[in-house]
Design a protein around this ligand. Structure first.
Ligand SMILES: [Zn+2]
Ligand SMILES: [Zn+2]
Length: 167
């Protein structure tokens, strides 16, 4: 549910552009493609090393730069939930909004015809050719919001009990 959109096929697109890939680069690209969540460079490196143990950090960054330049992946900060880390994901065929929960750190993806409409409006009214769109929303996810309400109710109950006792 949180990582649900159809993504660009990175390897196929690179190969179709005639870009030659080393085994290390291929491993990195497969990790990004197969990820079920947004990964930072460290997590990409860790996973790729299980396939190609000699991959170093520089190769990770060079590969990310290449994918970014070709606009096959997106770079995100996800509301800085974990400081200055950047996260990467294979571009989805349709743009999506990220919903970042400040309590549990969960990231949900959300798409809407309104978002597409907004982009169309920007292009039309500002005469702007959009290459990248980013919208991140921070707050409480459904589960955390519900848990928050329960916590408040319990607090209220405690306060009431205390009040009754004091009489
Ligand atoms: Zn949450
Ligand atoms: Zn995403």
């Amino acid at each position: 549910m949180s990582y649900q959109f159809e993504r660009r096929a990175l390897l196929e697109e690179l190969l179709s552009k005639g870009i030659r890939l080393t085994a290390q680069r291929r491993a990195l690209i497969e990790v990004i493609q197969e990820a079920k969540q947004h990964l930072d460079a460290g997590a990409i490196l860790e996973r790729a090393r299980k396939r190609e143990p000699k991959i170093d950090r520089a190769t990770v960054y060079r590969t990310i730069e290449l994918l970014k330049k070709l606009r096959l992946i997106d770079e995100l900060d996800l509301m800085h939930l974990e400081g200055e880390k950047h996260y990467y994901e294979a571009k989805t065929k349709r743009d999506h909004v990220h919903l970042a929960c400040f309590r549990c750190g969960r990231i949900e993806e959300f798409s809407s015809p309104l978002f597409e409409g907004l982009k169309a409006e920007i292009s039309k009214q500002a005469g702007f050719t959009i290459r990248v769109t980013r919208l991140d929303v921070g707050g409480n996810c459904q589960a955390c919001a519900a848990a928050g309400e329960t916590a408040t109710e319990q607090e209220d109950a405690k306060t009431k009990t205390a009040t009754v006792r004091s009489h």
